[in-house]
Design a protein around this ligand. Structure first.
Ligand SMILES: [Fe+2]
Length: 316
């Protein structure tokens, strides 16, 4: 087509997309092109703004390394990750009741297999001990046994081990297998919220909106068993001040958890070495039959130096 007007451009690109022989590719391209062109029109994008946007997208890729995924961070920061999750999981589109949640940019494959009740604290890590019990159930409440459950979280100082060479490899990461009751148990330390890195294009995005870069404290889970849809989940601490303003828009009511405080002065902890305050946490995850495929991990390695800890303010 010889282009004579802005509408001709859109029509010409859509016509080429219609040539794709694979139906799903055709559908995705048609919707993507229509919305992308509508965005350019609606925003009245100038030539300078277009060049700026192309530069920012290029920098997302350039800032992505073996130990950091800026593209995933950007998708989360724009709510795209949360939207994809809620639209693709039972109870999500209407009620938000799914226990599925964001994969996030910090899952690593190959975490150590850990015995039932074992600790995922693999190098000295500050923080109060937490004893977690989690159950994996189907929609009817039946136990799902022999499911592999990956667990990972940031240190109370706000770093995942892959970001922080001071932590042992795979610290605060572990893999468990559900028992006949669909249960796993493990020991860790109570997580704290953490700032997402803002030295790349995501930082510019947050600053432009006057947003903070904090995630409320959470534990990550990934449940995997052949015949069941792989479920990524996060469990958020109910006492965190940033539940309403999560920089990644991940917090749903179904995943806010209450840590129960205990003290060894009144109640012994499950492990005899604990002195003073400790916490317990119980959670139930509901999985559905489906594809047990595992995605490629967003990161594969460990950084040489921790990222600068920068916390952005969010003026009222
Ligand atoms: Fe996280």
């Amino acid at each position: 087509m010889i282009i004579g007007s802005p509408d001709d451009v859109t029509a010409a690109v859509l016509a080429e997309a219609a040539r794709a022989p694979e139906a799903r590719t055709r559908e995705i391209l048609a919707a993507g092109i229509a919305h992308l062109h509508a965005f350019v029109r609606d925003a009245r994008l100038t030539e300078n703004e277009f060049r700026h946007l192309c530069g920012a997208i290029a920098r997302l890729g350039q800032a992505t390394t073996a130990s950091h995924n800026e593209v995933m961070l950007a998708a989360g920061s724009l709510g795209v990750s949360s939207l994809v999750c809620l639209l693709n999981n039972r109870g999500g589109a209407d009620g938000g009741g799914t226990t599925a949640n964001l994969m996030g940019p910090f899952w690593r494959a190959g975490a150590p297999r850990t015995a039932d009740g074992g600790s995922i604290v693999r190098s000295p890590t500050p923080g109060d001990p937490v004893f977690v019990t989690a159950w994996v159930r189907d929609a009817a409440g039946r136990a799902v046994a022999d499911a592999e459950v990956d667990v990972w979280h940031a240190s109370p100082e706000g770093y995942y081990e892959n970001q922080d060479p001071r932590q042992a490899d795979m610290n605060l990461r572990g893999r468990f297998v559900t028992d006949a009751d669909g249960r796993i148990r493990f020991r860790t330390v109570k997580p704290a919220g953490y700032p997402v890195p803002v030295d790349g294009p995501v930082g510019a995005l947050l600053r432009a909106q006057g947003r903070h870069n904090l995630r409320p404290a959470h534990l990550h889970f990934m449940i995997h068993k052949p015949g069941w849809k792989t479920q990524f989940s996060q469990v958020y601490s109910g006492d965190d001040p940033n539940l309403e303003t999560d920089a990644q828009f991940g917090v749903t009511r179904a995943l806010i958890a209450h840590y129960v405080a205990h003290d060894t002065a009144r109640e012994a902890a499950p492990d005899a070495d604990v002195r003073g305050r400790w916490y317990s946490l119980e959670r139930r995850f509901v999985v559905e039959p489906g594809d047990a495929a595992l995605p490629a991990p967003p990161i594969t390695g460990k950084a040489d130096t921790p990222p600068a800890r920068v916390v952005l303010r969010r003026p009222a």
